[in-house]
Design a protein around this ligand. Structure first.
Ligand code: NAP
Length: 892
């Protein structure tokens, strides 16, 4: 239906008695509610929007404090659903002011004649699911109740202001304002003594303007925040040209980006850049004045690794010290308690410089907490501050506040949403809650929401919901409810995602920490806008996976399950590999496959620096073999780990697992010697196995020359390399040495058979395929050789082997034989630890700085190696790791 026709048509709701009957009721007439109403009408649903305010605008209606602006560039913070609307409106500034954004939303409401279906100055006071009628019954504080099939919360994430939480507010005789509920009439502040409590985005935007008017401004700061200069002005011409040059591509890139703004994934990692290069990037970002840019574009590890993040945070701290003249004030304004970006950073105009004004005082509440508000002002435990005005910029009960606290919502079987969410929000996709049929949330907890450009996330949610409602109507379904399995799976996926970024390391409103007594946990989805969109699409593509659909005249439908079982970064990697349309390795021939692997490895992040990397040759079973040695930066001698690379006995060499060897060297504080053993088909079984044993013996005998600690060595390997490591342990036991203190077997081949369930479950789709393993085994050894314990160590004698850590991955054809080997060794009396990596694939643990969710696994491996060597299991100052494919996003 053309948009003009939609505008001319209002929703066809009916009043039965005192109840308004509609298909859909929506709460909130902000960005989300307005677009929702438009789309619902266009799809032929009758709809009403209930809005507490006197007009449209949502957050932009209420937050009228001085200095209120958006801090995502306005050309990105706009509706994109109608190109005519886009052409009809021109933003005047890079970051539009609150009045301009409110005018825009009013313009949108007029253009599509939305106001006539909005009930202003009305609050929903209760919402109950009526099971027999399969409808929601709403009561309101203004006019008729509402009966609707579908109830949608478009309430925004930051719309329930937090109470002051300070004693004595009622005693204050002066004026009190909340930034989140700023009066509509002019507030006269000139010449007054003003206090501001709070230094989040609202405080930081308003403080410079309040300081210009005040006789004196006193800022009460509990926690300093990172703020970056906005460099506001006209919308940058370059960006505008980019948008106008190809609007469709620009918008599409935003939809599939990580933060909802079309910036690419940054690939360079901090340790590949020199100090000067990092500073240059930083200065350029500082001059750009763009939150998403500085949050995502400097280096790939800035948002996911504490060390990479600290490099950036230090540069920002330097800027604060440069601007603020009084060193004590500068120090008080400098954040040290959270990684940059883990708490929502702010964009400012003259914020830090404001503290150089003679009429501005900063009170550090960490040193002198507020004790009470008195009739004349604010008392700390050290001083009294007499003021005329107090501005509370103390924030919101974010994400859940407006949904849960505003009115009781009662779902199936009388379940209350407050009870269901007592320990934190539980949702499926951040869109629905199991047990609350036909209830949707726009940008709810569990969706990218505040970690994205809200405009992009809102459109995605609205489109998804309205498209689903239309499809249900078409199919005769009248109710939709998420299953508990799907919801629990989403909670697990959320938890997995939260391990990829640093948000979990800060106490913020993202985690509920700003509201006393609120359940704690990262509430927004940290996996990124594009990945989230693809998951929502996947749910639809898989027959509404995780939803129960029913209707009076159709059979119930329920494809139950969890939409994402892979770790989030593994899912991204697999998606990228699919897009690369890689050849089937087993069809390339051995040399073709080797060439392919060499090329493929060129694209991965280089490993991190270690003390020294050196190459040499050692004696194998039948001649010289190359090796590469990785030495820690710490003083030696260090224990030695003999490492065997993966590659199915056919591919790879002593350098092909380079990032992993560096990582394990750094984490364990040990020398790693990676051995270039002989490969099939040139050298078939038992060449690789015998080389493994001979190399280990040679390295043990030459430990001192290699700078290592004489005595027992350790062995480690991945995949076919783990097979060689396991075999080496058996041969060393049977052939009188060398002494091996421990074995680390990562995804080992232990039995050349292909009939275990993991071979069937994970035959294709997880990088290492069943047919690739067939091919490797065929090249390496004949069927008759496969019963030899040097090919299939599971068939050997497992008693008296060195202690082992066996790591297996859930989505790996080799999973079951690895677990069986661990269990069999344990049964034979060998001390064995197992690491079963949930949601991982065969290559996960090797993909250093790509699969960040593999970090904890590698940390455990290093600890186990240290334990085998008789060292304290934890190496001091090991730090957190980075993943260039995960990113820290911004909010808008
Ligand atoms: P906020 O970020 O939660 O900041 C609240 C501030 O008040 C914090 O400094 C907090 O200190 C302090 N505070 C809270 N309770 C306090 C108490 N009892 N005593 C002393 N200090 C107290 O809230 P906000 O500034 O309103 O911003 C919320 C979010 O809204 C932002 O992060 C942003 O996403 C969005 N926002 C966006 C814009 C924009 O785009 N333009 C503008 C404004 C807001 P602690 O840190 O110690 O808790």
């Amino acid at each position: 239906m053309p948009d003009a026709a939609v505008a001319a048509r209002s929703s066809d709701s009916t009043n039965s008695g005192t109840t308004q009957q509609v298909d859909v009721a929506v709460v909130g007439a902000g960005f989300a509610g307005l677009y929702l109403l438009h789309r619902l009408r266009k799809a032929g649903f009758s709809a009403v929007v209930i809005e507490e305010a006197g007009d449209v605008g949502g957050t932009w209606y209420w937050n009228r404090y001085p200095g209120a602006r958006c801090d995502i560039q306005t050309i990105d913070y706009s509706y994109t659903f109608d190109s005519e609307l886009e052409s009809a409106w021109q933003w005047s500034e890079k970051y539009a002011t609150q009045p301009e954004i409110l005018r825009y939303l009013g313009f949108v409401a007029d253009r599509y004649e939305l106001r006539r279906d909005i009930r202003f100055r009305t609050k929903v006071t209760a919402a109950n699911w009526d099971q027999s009628a399969e409808r929601w019954r709403l009561t309101t504080d203004n006019g008729a109740g509402i009966s609707c099939r579908t109830y949608i919360m478009a309430t925004g994430c930051l719309s329930a202001p937090k109470p002051p939480e300070i004693d004595g507010v009622k005693d204050f005789k002066g004026e009190i304002y909340f930034t989140g509920r700023w009066p509509h009439d002019e507030v006269k502040l000139a010449g007054k003594r003003i206090a501001v409590i709070g230094t989040g985005s609202s405080g930081i935007q308003s403080i410079p303007l309040l300081a210009e008017q005040a006789a004196h401004l006193t800022v009460f700061q509990r926690t300093p925040n990172f703020a970056l200069p906005a460099h506001n002005g006209p919308a940058p011409a370059e960006r505008r040209a980019l948008l106008e040059g190809d609007r469709t591509t620009y918008r599409e890139q935003a939809r599939w980006s990580l933060a909802g703004v079309p910036y690419p994934q940054q690939m360079a990692v901090s340790w590949q850049l020199s100090d000067a290069e990092r500073r240059e990037r930083f200065e350029q970002a500082w001059a750009t004045g763009d939150l998403v840019y500085i949050l995502t574009q400097l280096w790939a590890d800035q948002g996911v690794d504490v060390n990479g993040n600290a490099l950036l945070a230090d540069l920002i701290r330097e800027k604060i010290r440069d601007v603020v003249k009084d060193p004590e004030t500068a120090e008080a304004l400098t954040p040290h308690d959270h990684p940059f970006g883990a708490k929502r950073p702010c964009l400012d105009t003259n914020y830090y410089a404001t503290y150089n004004r003679p009429n501005v005082t900063l009170v550090n509440l960490r040193q002198e907490p507020i004790t009470e508000i008195t009739a004349s002002g604010i008392a700390t435990d050290k001083r009294n501050f007499d003021v005329d005005v107090i501005v509370f910029a103390t924030g919101f009960d974010a994400m859940t506040g407006a949904i849960m606290a505003v009115h009781p919502i009662t779902g199936r079987d009388g379940k209350s949403l407050s009870d269901v969410w007592a320990n934190g929000p539980q949702t499926y996709l951040g869109l629905t809650v199991s047990g609350f049929p036909n209830l949707f949330m726009i940008t709810g907890p569990g969706s990218p929401s505040v970690l994205s450009n809200m405009a992009v996330s809102i459109e995605q949610h609205v489109d998804w919901v309205v498209d689903r409602l239309a499809a249900m109507r078409e199919a005769g379904f009248t109710t939709i409810d998420a299953t508990e399995t799907a919801q629990a799976g989403w909670a697990q996926h959320m938890a997995d995602c939260s391990m990829m970024t640093l948000h979990r390391l800060a106490n913020t409103w993202y985690t509920g920490a700003n509201v006393p007594g609120k359940a704690q946990g990262v509430m927004p989805y940290t996996g990124g806008v594009g990945p989230y969109r693809s998951i929502c699409n996947e749910v639809v593509g898989r027959g509404m996976l995780g939803f129960k659909l029913s209707g009076p005249d159709v059979a119930e439908q329920c494809n139950d399950g969890e939409v994402v079982r892979l770790q989030p970064d593994v899912r991204l990697v697999l998606g990228m590999l699919v897009e690369m349309n890689l050849p089937q390795i087993e069809q390339l021939g051995a040399q073709g496959a080797r060439d392919f692997l060499t090329e493929f490895n060129k694209g991965r992040p280089a490993g991190r620096p270690v003390g020294e990397v050196g190459d040499g040759v050692l004696h194998g079973a039948d001649g010289l073999l190359s090796y590469r040695l990785y030495r820690p930066a710490t003083p030696g001698p260090h224990p030695i780990v003999v490492y065997f690379h993966g590659g199915g006995w056919v591919l790879g060499d002593e350098q092909s697992d380079d990032p992993f060897c560096r990582d394990i060297c750094r984490r364990s504080g040990m020398i790693v010697v990676s051995v270039g053993y002989r490969h099939a088909p040139e050298h078939r079984f038992p060449a690789a196995a015998e080389d493994g044993y001979a190399a280990t013996r040679w390295i043990a005998e030459h430990a001192a020359e290699l700078g290592g600690k004489p005595g027992p060595v350790l062995v480690a390997g991945w995949s076919a390399g783990a097979n060689i490591a396991a075999v080496t342990c058996q041969l060393a036991r049977d052939r009188g040495g060398p002494q091996i203190a421990g074995q680390l077997l990562i995804c080992p081949v232990t039995d050349c058979r292909f009939d275990r369930p993991s071979y069937t479950d994970n035959a294709v789709g997880y990088f290492l395929t069943r047919s690739m393993m067939f091919w490797f085994c065929d090249i390496y050894c004949s069927p008759a050789d496969r019963t030899d314990p040097r090919a299939s160590p599971l068939r050997g004698n497992l008693a008296n082997l060195p202690p082992a850590l066996v790591a297996t991955c859930e989505f790996d054809p080799l999973r079951d034989e690895g677990i069986e080997y661990a269990e069999a060794m344990a049964a034979a009396g060998v001390p064995v630890e197992q690491l079963q990596a949930r949601g991982h694939i065969h290559t996960s643990l090797m993909m250093v700085d790509v699969v960040v969710t593999g970090v904890s696994g590698r940390a455990k491996m290093a600890e186990a190696l240290r334990g085998f060597a008789g060292l304290p299991r934890k190496l001091e100052a090991s730090g957190e790791e980075a993943s260039p494919i995960a990113v820290n996003a911004a909010a808008g």
